[in-house]
Design a protein around this ligand. Structure first.
Ligand SMILES: Cc1cc2nc3c(=O)[nH]c(=O)nc-3n(C[C@H](O)[C@H](O)[C@H](O)COP(=O)(O)O)c2cc1C
Length: 220
């Protein structure tokens, strides 16, 4: 039985394009893997807390010497990392907010990208940083108001969402990342409708492939 982790980050619910596509992904994945488990992490509606002084002190302390208060400060982080480690595949709905990711999604990554759990650090090593998470497929569904921000567009140089997400994911070992892009939400014209149709087709194919893929991998 396989586990799909679905991370939603949009601040809106009723008209969210990314939620619509993560929902579709989940439905197709479930149809292909009826016995699978879907874990939902809605950072849009329930944002993780920002990291603070107790969190930082605990994260960088020797785990064996951590106080009860330190362990408590890391509880949310532990839960989010455990969930990510348990997932065989991950789908993330990531709207663009002000050229990057929403603050609530950044808060999620700040909790997850933790030394000793998600990456290793050795100041004396030739390669000081080492990812600690097992690679698993990650599908990131993005939506932007102006499609010119998507790759190949006139404003693509202002798209800090994709490189930031790819860097955060890759840093902890999640290097198998596929982007599905929607554009022109603010315009609601034919370009928007075309990008939705293309994204839906991509989502259907990816969800079917990921549901079937890990089963085949485990069987071989
Ligand atoms: C706070 C905020 C900031 C936004 N910033 C940008 C932006 O920098 N560039 C852009 O093209 N669209 C921007 N948008 C539009 C969203 O990216 C677009 O509406 C997207 O579809 C939102 O995802 P959702 O439909 O899942 O909520 C912004 C929207 C909001 C609410």
């Amino acid at each position: 039985m396989h586990k799909l982790l679905v991370v939603d980050a949009s601040g809106r619910v009723t008209r969210s394009v990314t939620r619509r596509l993560t929902r579709r992904f989940t439905e197709v994945w479930r149809a292909h893997e009826p016995g699978g488990t879907v874990l939902r992490r809605d950072v849009g509606l329930d944002p993780p807390p920002p990291v603070d002084e107790p969190w930082i002190a605990a994260a960088f302390a020797d785990p064996a010497a951590r106080s009860e208060a330190g362990r408590a400060a890391l509880r949310a982080s532990d839960a989010l990392i455990d969930e990510l480690e348990a997932a065989d595949a991950v789908v993330i709905g990531a709207p663009m907010y002000n050229f990057g990711m929403p603050a609530q999604l950044k808060a999620y990554f700040d909790q997850v990208i933790r030394v000793g759990r998600a990456f290793g650090f050795d100041a004396a090593a030739a390669e000081p940083y080492r990812p600690l998470l097992r690679a698993r497929p990650v599908v990131v569904i993005t939506s932007v108001g102006d499609g010119a921000l998507n790759p190949g567009g006139a404003l693509a140089h202002l798209n800090f969402l994709e490189p930031h997400l790819a860097t955060c994911l890759g840093f902890i070992g999640l290097t198998d990342v596929t982007f599905v892009r929607i554009g022109f939400d603010e315009f609601q014209d034919g370009r928007f409708r075309a990008s939705i149709a293309a994204a839906e087709a991509e989502v259907d194919a990816l969800a079917a492939a990921l549901a079937a893929g890990p089963v085949n991998c485990l069987a071989s």
